[in-house]
Design a protein around this ligand. Structure first.
Ligand code: GAL
Ligand code: MG
Length: 974
């Protein structure tokens, strides 16, 4: 519906015609410029921007009206009575208007560019603005509005902007009158830009970033550009006016001069202190004009790709990064400075050195903070048109068959040329002065074509000092992608990376812009990727997908906020919990995966060679001893470790214990940066030999009964399970059975196979059960198979149960599983339902947080103790959690007895108030019901977690061996 046809001629509504016109990306706006804030000449260097006398923050409660359809908007909406309020910045879906929708790839609207549905939800904002004319220009700045914004001042149309994550400026000088003014913004949920903004996230709308008015005097600069490199050379170009330039190191003036339009200021300083993520040294730039001063921070640094290797200041720096979205459970897309700082501080504390602003530019302040804290930033344009793959492909992806190339529908389409180029232009123009930005990224998952090729060339023409990144090179028309400076992939397997190095003719370096998909119980492959990154200089490193879980409150209960994800908001279509794939929970509580990341990304590692210990540094610019304190088993050890170097660790003579634990603490704030542990000796945990004999063995039709050392056992021959293990009372609330299933993790993409095989509740076939007496022990041997219908049994087990004279039960089992129907068997072990009084686990294994065969870098081997509630890891969507791999001894207590389980080879155990069936059947953690027992799983083997929700299949070495495995454990009830 063309609004101008239904609106009264000349009315405010009649201006709403630009959002279906891809040739118009903006109207009445100022030319894009680098982000900066002006100050009054009297204001001190370092004054925060909110304190600038030249900036008036307009955040706060604005008047608001919401319409389900733009068609319903009154013609003269600028004069309508406003009855509601909304905070600015915010997303209106989080304030009772409209609903959030979580969709990943699929577009939320029909694909019909440049048109969008007639019924576009609309938010109309009004703010009264008191104007005191002071001779200065009044510039209204929006740092972000989704998806587009029409601006009216005092009822008159001023301008239009789209591209949700851009900064837009309107010069209101001519539109404002003395005294009270009315600023009205019409924000539409969709516009033609929606086709280019199909990022995988909750779809929210509104003015979601800061809004402010700048006062700019005549004779102020319009824009400036700073270049400062590792040679110490600095260039400052200005436009619009001449300015006095001063460069300070702290309070000391280093150099200064004048910059004029077309005549840049240049200087060369001696021995500049360079900027890097490790040492984010910043100088202060001051630009003075007659009645204005601009402060900025400058980092001297050089980013290059030379001979296929990425370097920062000449060093082969690796990216150990994370992808970050703007997503907060309380404020949606809005991150205030405190929230940005919190994210960055958490990242820093977890050894992360890089951020990809997936998949749009973040708020401008974010980059200043990255300069300050020290992060390498891959700054990404506001582009994704992933939904194209599902438009004409019969809703089917087929990468090999080439139909996935449908992703590139917009990539060469002239209709989108301006939209794509403009987004590239806006990206570079705004952030060009930020030292933290080391790559320009052309966007995400939009395919490749002429629009992107031109975009890459535009980016290069605007800035030749940074390489250009883009991942999505699937193409419909053979446009060459040689303008890209790196080869970027996502979710490539470790072997796939190896193959990259063999590619003939390919000379560029390689980056994994997304890897180790951190969805649910994940991050199982971090160390394998790290080994690969370090194996070749052409590997730049990678960025974990992603920083945070996206979720919004849907209520509260005694455990706190109930988080909802896709499907919980009455969406037409959604992608479930695929948005809960971060390293931190929505409230920024770290997932165990973040701890894994921290340890794998550690800057210094200790290795053992020929009985000696050596420290190896991954730092490029600082000597490790300047920053860190080393302890070995708690004792401080002196060391000197130059950048990229290695040094021997001189241990004190009296160092003792079963293991040496090296810990590195940050000297500045004391936090533990990382550790390395080496086991020296291991106590023999096998049960002491006994001369005692089993007392009694009774074969009783369907049961075997054994009495030994004060304990009694009853074995049910029909099911080949123990029904009684007692010493003063049966500990088994249900028969102790073999267990193959686990509540699927988000990465258990093969869970469908498990269900087809009825793995949750298989029937047991017993071929034989035989009881003998051997060496004073009672020995039961059972041959069984597990399956339920349709197929051959998925597992066959030969088990031996040996009860000695002390009443200790040693179970030895071998497994023969169906390797045709099963790629991954979740687990193989025993499950015991205990009285819920058994609530404490003391164990020697990998803890204190959950550990798996492929996820235990962050865990220490040793003695740990935990309550059952502490062993639970509350993933938003319930799934396998809280297991402890490599456990050699476990004691479960709290009930009548103590249950001790030992295993020389180490087992995986979990102790939970929830059954795996319960966790597998509930969508949210807040729906979980306790089963009334303590469920003890003692697993001979437990599959790793991997990251297959988006990444490659679990590596072979982390799977439960389907054939040929033989394990044992001993259970003793005391
Ligand atoms: C990638 C995409 C990300 C995210 C991820 C899955 O393909 O670039 O935006 O959707 O998959 O979580
Ligand atoms: Mg996508």
């Amino acid at each position: 519906m063309n609004i101008s046809q239904i609106a009264e001629k000349g009315s405010p509504k009649s201006f709403l015609t630009l959002h279906e016109d891809p040739a118009v990306q903006e109207k009445g706006t100022l030319a894009p410029r680098a982000y900066f804030v002006p100050f009054a000449p009297t204001q001190r260097i370092g004054t925060p921007r909110e304190k600038s006398e030249r900036l008036e923050l307009l955040n706060g409660e604005w008047e608001f009206e919401y319409f389900d359809s733009v068609i319903d908007l009154p013609d003269r909406f600028t004069e309508m009575p406003f009855t509601k309020c909304i905070p600015v910045p915010s997303n209106w879906q989080l304030h009772g208007f409209d609903k959030p929708q979580y969709t990943n790839v699929n577009y939320p609207i029909p694909f019909d560019p440049p048109f969008v549905p007639d019924d576009i939800p609309v938010g109309v904002y009004r703010r009264r603005y008191l104007n005191k004319s002071d001779g200065m220009s009044k510039i209204l700045v929006f740092e972000g509005a989704d998806s587009c914004l029409y601006l009216f001042v005092n009822g008159r149309f001023v301008g239009y902007t789209q591209v949700s994550h851009r900064m837009t400026e309107f010069d209101l000088t001519e539109h404002l009158r003395e005294g009270e003014n009315s600023i009205v913004c019409v924000v539409l949920k969709w516009c033609d830009g929606t086709y280019l903004e199909d990022q995988d996230k909750f779809r929210l709308s509104g003015i979601f970033r800061d809004v402010y008015m700048l006062s700019r005097p005549a004779g102020a600069v319009d824009n400036y550009r700073v270049c400062a490199d590792m040679s110490g050379e600095i260039t400052v170009e200005v436009t619009g006016a001449s300015a006095v330039v001063e460069l300070y190191d702290g309070d000391t003036l280093i150099c200064g001069g004048k910059a004029e339009e077309g005549n840049a200021f240049t200087a060369k300083i001696d021995e500049p202190k360079l900027w890097s993520a490790e040492c984010p040294y910043l100088y202060t730039l001051v630009l003075k004009t007659d009645d204005e001063v601009i402060y900025d921070r400058v980092g001297f640094r050089t980013v290059k790709i030379e001979n296929g290797v990425f370097t920062v200041n000449g060093k082969k720096v690796k990216i150990f990064g994370v992808n970050r979205h703007d997503s907060y459970p309380d404020t949606g897309y809005y991150a205030d400075e405190a929230k940005m700082r919190r994210d960055l501080e958490l990242m820093k504390a977890h050894n992360i050195n890089a951020v990809r602003t997936s998949h749009y530019p973040n708020a401008p302040r974010f980059y200043e903070l990255c300069d300050e804290y020290g992060f390498y930033v891959i700054d990404e344009a506001d582009i994704e048109s992933h939904g194209c793959v599902n438009v004409y492909q019969n809703l089917r992806w087929d990468r090999e068959g080439g139909t996935y190339n449908g992703i590139a529908l917009t990539a060469s389409d002239p209709m989108f040329r301006e939209g794509i180029l403009h987004r590239h232009r806006l990206l570079v123009k705004r952030d060009i002065n930020r030292p933290c930005v080391v790559f320009w990224s052309l966007g995400n998952e939009s395919g490749w074509g002429t629009n992107f090729r031109e975009g890459a060339q535009l980016v290069k023409s605007l800035d030749s000092t940074r390489p250009v990144h883009y991942e999505s090179t699937h193409c419909l028309d053979g446009t060459p992608d040689d303008v890209l400076d790196v080869v970027s992939e996502m979710y490539t397997s470790v072997e796939g990376m190896q193959e990259f190095l063999q590619k003939e003719g390919e000379k560029r370096p390689f980056i994994l812009c997304e890897y180790s998909h951190a969805m649910g119980n994940s991050s199982g492959d971090m160390e394998d990727y790290m080994q690969m990154f370090m194996s070749d200089d052409r590997f730049i490193g990678g960025l974990v997908w992603e920083w945070c879980d996206h979720a919004f409150p849907v209520g509260e209960d005694e455990n706190g906020v109930k988080y909802g994800y896709g499907g919980d908001f009455g969406e037409l279509h959604d992608d479930g919990n695929f948005c809960c794939d971060g390293l931190v929970y929505p409230d920024r509580t770290p997932h165990t995966g973040l701890l894994e990341v921290k340890q794998v990304y550690r800057p210094v590692r200790v290795v053992k060679r020929g009985g000696e210990y050596y420290m190896q540094s991954k730092l490029h610019f600082v000597s490790a001893e300047e920053r860190y304190e080393l302890r070995a088993n708690g004792e401080v050890i002196g060391f000197e470790l130059p950048p990229e170097g290695e040094c021997k660790v001189v241990l004190p003579d009296d160092i003792s214990g079963d293991s040496i634990k090296f810990t590195l603490n940050d000297r500045r704030d004391g936090h533990e940066v990382c550790f390395d542990q080496f086991l020296l000796s291991e106590e023999d945990i096998s049960p002491a030999k006994t001369s005692a004999n089993v007392e009694d063995v009774i074969e009783n039709g369907l049961t075997f009964e054994v009495r030994a050392g004060g304990a009694r056992f009853v074995f049910d021959r029909r099911k080949a399970e123990f029904t009684v293990i007692e010493r003063g009372g049966n500990i088994l609330e249900k028969p102790m059975a073999f267990n193959f299933f686990r509540a699927p993790t988000d990465n258990d993409t093969m869970r469908g196979d498990w269900d087809r095989l009825y793995m949750r509740s298989p029937a047991v076939k017993v071929y034989e059960t035989v009881l003998t007496r051997e060496d004073g022990c009672a020995v039961i041997r059972a041959k069984t198979a597990y399956g339920r219908s349709i197929f051959a049994p998925f597992a066959r087990v030969d088990a031996e149960y040996r009860i000695d004279g002390e009443g200790r039960l040693t179970i030895t089992a071998s497994l023969d599983a169906d390797d045709e129907k099963l790629a991954v068997l979740p687990r193989f072990g025993l499950r015991l339902f205990l009285d819920k009084a058994y609530d404490t686990a003391d164990y020697r294994g990998y803890g204190p947080t959950e550990s798996y065969i492929d996820k235990h870098q962050a865990c220490r081997y040793g003695d740990h103790s935990a309550k059952i509630s502490q062993l639970y890891e509350p993933y938003l969507r319930p799934q396998e959690n809280g297991s402890h791999w490599g456990t050699k001894r476990l004691k479960v207590s709290g009930g009548r007895n103590e249950i001790v389980i030992t295993s020389a080879e180490g087992l995986s155990f979990s102790l939970s108030e929830y059954t795996q069936e319960e966790m597998a059947s509930k969508r949210h953690r807040f729906e979980l019901e306790k089963c009334g027992y303590s469920v003890l799983c003692a697993d001979f083997a437990m599959a790793g977690v991997g990251s297959n929700s988006c990444g490659p299949l679990l590596m072979e070495k982390y799977r439960v061996p389907l054939k040929g495995g033989r394990w044992s454990m001993t259970i003793e009830v005391r």
